[in-house]
Design a protein around this ligand. Sequence first.
Ligand code: SF4
Length: 61
Amino acid sequence: MKVTVISERCPQNHYCPVIRVCPNNAIEQTSPYSAPNINSSNCTDCGLCTNYCAYGAIKMT
Ligand code: SF4
C-alpha cells in the first residue's frame, strides 16, 4: 500500500490543510493552490493523511 494524491479530486484552490497533519513533513505544495505532492523520501505510508482530506484526494492505493 502506498499513499497517492488523486489530483483530479483536489479543487486546487486552497492551502492544503493536510500538510500540517503529516508527522514526517512529507506533504508539499509547489504553489499555495496546487494539489499536494507526497515526498516519498519522507513518507512512511502511515496513512494518517488519508483521513483528513475533505475531498478524498489522498488515498492508500
Ligand atoms: S502517509 Fe503518513 S508519512 Fe506519508 S504523507 Fe501521509 S501522514 Fe505523512
